[in-house]
Design a protein around this ligand. Structure first.
Ligand code: PLP
Length: 503
């Protein structure tokens, strides 16, 4: 049973028991008073392990004692970011659903690949059922269709490459064989869109210059007039636009591109409409929020990260395709050692509808969570995130020392603190003198560093129109209105303390 030459069953049992205890502890709501991270720089962090099990792997690694390993694991836990903590609002994910976590463990324990029905009979059926229902929520599903509506991918960026490759394949089918497209292909994405479009263009051999950024409005949503103009300009220059990446929920401000208007432009020019719903597609779970994606049923492809707003563990990404047969046409290679056409249920194999080979069983945790929570539970998670963001917006509006830069109306709020002499200034416009703007720009990283060092909270910051502003993102069901108040108080306290130190 034991894989190594020395591990006894008792050692193994002890290790499994202790680690399982700790993992289960992490699933329950963390203590609000405990720091969400015991932060250290790389040197001191490495040193913390010196007394138990060092981080480095020496040229000959002796088996470590299980007790020492368990102690080292405690150092791993305290030195890691507790993303379930109610004051963790740093990222487009937070508050993993405990049901998803145990689903992930079970999937790992069953360790298989989603490539073939032979290796994953139940998970193949589960994945199909989930894809079908997700596609129906987006208006892409064909009721009664026995062809899977897409494929689960290892993350949104990988799924984006799939979507863009499908688009290229539709326009230039021979490019799969020749690698050539004849023309100068162009991808259009808003200036607030995710960088994965540029990275995909680079790995696809199109080059990042193939990506044209389209202007957005102040909220961060693509302006259709600018899109139409960019398409016409590219065509006039002899280039070949072939796909528009519309973002449903931008990473920074959670803006939704107007999909109906974008789809109209795509139809006029025969462009593939790829919707990057990595962040915001989960709004489709909520009857109150799904209007934000009106028009998504006209997409050719849609990427949906369930590991963002829905609390699935990293990663859980669905790629949905309006004409799913295109996945086979575009990606199949027919490896005869794996996808033998003459074996039982060969038509169920998912592995040749993607360019990856082995695939984790990401469907299991979503299936388990959705069944456990029900549709209402899934919707409640989204609605709670928006409610907490609404609360944050109202608190910020009421406090003279705070000013929203992009308030948004979904889960994200971008704002800044202002010293007394600048209160009332039009921060979003040109209302700040250059020197003050520069000082404010340097405030956010200073506040962030203090917060990180003390482990009291974790909030993001990034430039919006060249000015660093704080970003709050709410999706964790564990965050209460009081947590929001405390978070904002912390930002104010740290800002007041840091401001005089910034010259
Ligand atoms: C997070 C994100 C991505 C990338 O998804 P990964 O799963 O992290 O690869 C793409 N687009 C948007 C809008 C995102 O927020």
């Amino acid at each position: 049973m034991a894989p190594g030459p020395r591990t006894s069953d008792t050692d193994l049992e002890l290790l499994i028991d202790r680690l399982a205890e700790r993992a289960i502890d992490l699933l329950t709501q963390p203590d609000r008073d405990r720091p969400l991270l015991d932060f250290a720089d790389p040197g001191p962090l490495t040193d913390r392990f010196a007394d138990t099990v060092p981080l480095t792997i020496p040229s000959f690694q002796e088996p470590a004692a299980p007790d020492a390993l368990v102690e080292a694991i405690d150092t791993v836990i305290t030195g890691s970011v507790c993303t379930n903590h109610p004051r963790f609002v740093n990222q487009n994910f937070a508050g993993a659903d405990p049901v998803a976590v145990v689903g992930d463990w079970l999937g790992a324990a069953l360790n298989t690949t989603g490539a073939t029905y032979e290796m994953a009979p139940v998970f193949t059926l589960m994945e199909r059922a989930l894809l079908q229902r997700l596609a129906e929520l987006a208006g892409l599903g064909r009721p009664g269709s026995d062809h899977p509506a897409g494929i689960f991918c290892p993350g949104g960026s990988i799924a984006a490459i799939h979507g863009l490759q499908l688009a290229r394949h539709r326009r230039w089918p021979a490019s799969i064989r020749t690698g050539e497209t004849d023309d100068r292909p162009v991808i259009l994405v808003s200036s607030a869109g995710h960088y994965s479009a540029r990275k995909a263009a680079a790995v696809m051999g199109l080059g990042t210059e193939a990506v044209i950024e389209v202007a957005t409005d102040r909220a961060g949503a693509m302006r259709p007039v600018a899109l139409a103009a960019a398409v016409s300009r590219a065509i006039a220059e002899g280039r070949s636009p072939f796909v528009v990446v519309a973002t449903a929920g931008t990473t920074v401000t959670a803006a939704f591109d107007p999909l109906e208007a974008v789809a109209d432009i795509c139809r006029r020019h025969d462009l593939w409409l790829h919707v990057d719903g990595c962040y915001g597609a989960s709004a489709l779970f909520s009857p109150r929020q799904r209007h934000r994606l009106a028009g998504v049923e006209r997409a050719d492809s849609l990427v949906w990260d369930l590991h963002k707003m829905m609390g699935m563990t990293q990663q859980c990404t669905a790629l949905l395709v309006a004409e799913p047969d295109r996945l086979d046409a575009c990606f199949a290679d027919g490896a005869d050692y794996l996808f033998q056409p003459d074996k039982a249920n060969a038509d169920m194999d998912a592995g040749d509808r993607t360019f990856v080979c082995g695939r984790r069983i990401d469907a299991l945790k979503l299936w388990l969570t959705w069944k456990f929570r029900g549709d209402d539970g899934m919707a409640a998670r989204v609605d709670h995130g928006v409610a907490m963001a609404d609360h944050a917006r109202s608190v910020i509006a009421d406090r003279a020392e705070l000013s929203t830069v992009v308030a948004g109306d979904f889960t994200n709020v971008c704002f800044t603190w202002l010293p007394p002499e600048l209160r009332g200034a039009d921060v979003a416009g040109d209302g700040l003198p250059a020197h003050d703007r520069d000082r404010l720009h340097r405030l956010a990283p200073a506040v962030k560093a203090r917060m990180q060092a003390e482990g009291t909270a974790m909030i993001g910051y990034q430039p919006v129109d060249g000015l660093n502003v704080f970003r709050l993102i709410f999706m964790s069901p564990g965050v209460t209105a009081e947590d929001v108040d405390e978070l904002i108080d912390l930002v104010v306290d740290y800002s007041e303390a840091s401001w005089p130190t910034i010259g």
